[in-house]
Design a protein around this ligand. Structure first.
Ligand code: S6P
Ligand code: ZN
Length: 194
């Protein structure tokens, strides 16, 4: 940057929904067909439309992935719906650099942040517009939409955190969020394959 320069920001947020505009924004869409093995009820999953969008993610990487001390920013929108009795949710991950923490904040809709520590203790944190969430290091995280409208939340995480999806793919979370009698409830599942 030129000394004493005054510049326009490269990225802007629409304050109504926190969607980003600008160059270098990465957009990802996760459809039913991208989420094989994520949901509990395989029969219900098999009956769904492969092209149905479950969630979308916008990410801004202002520095190169892996930059020590750098930060990334993003937002995720999860559609309302269920596979069987299980709410639509993200794949979920630990960070590759396991001790990396992350901040989430809910923008619109109603959700549940599902967290699992290294000892596979699992708990949920309610998400609603304005809720702010600290995800400690060494804690796997995924998010479910428990409402009837899209759930949108923002996130900020270290640029060198990385994502470890394999462990969750192989071992799952120790509990899943189902709707029972109209309410979200975490139920322990014995899915660990190791
Ligand atoms: C990144 C952060 C979020 C998720 C996004 C989708 O560290 O936690 O941006 O990537 O919510 O979830 P997932 O588990 O498919 O990456
Ligand atoms: Zn994360």
């Amino acid at each position: 940057m030129k000394n004493l320069a005054i510049i326009k920001p490269a990225i802007t947020l629409q304050l109504s929904n926190f969607h980003m505009k600008g160059e270098c924004i990465i957009e990802q869409i996760r459809k039913i067909k991208d989420l094989a093995g994520v949901f509990f009820d395989n029969d219900a999953y098999g009956e769904m439309d492969n092209e149905q969008i479950i969630y979308s993610v916008q990410s801004w990487f202002p520095v190169e992935e892996g930059t020590e001390g750098g930060l990334f920013w993003g937002n995720t929108t999860i559609m309302p719906g269920k596979v069987g009795d299980e709410y639509f949710m993200t794949k979920g991950h630990f960070h590759s650099k396991r001790e990396s923490a992350e901040i989430y904040f809910c923008i619109e809709g109603n959700g549940m942040l599902i967290l699992m520590d290294q000892n596979r203790k699992c708990w949920g944190e309610e998400m609603y517009p304005g809720s702010l969430h600290y995800i400690p290091g060494n804690v796997a995280h995924r998010t479910a939409n428990i409402g009837n409208s899209p759930l949108t939340f923002g996130a900020c995480w270290p640029a060198d955190a990385g994502h470890n999806y394999e462990e969750i793919q192989q071992e799952g979370f120790s509990a899943r969020l189902f709707e029972k009698a109209g309410k979200p409830i975490l139920i322990e599942t014995k899915e660990r394959r190791k």
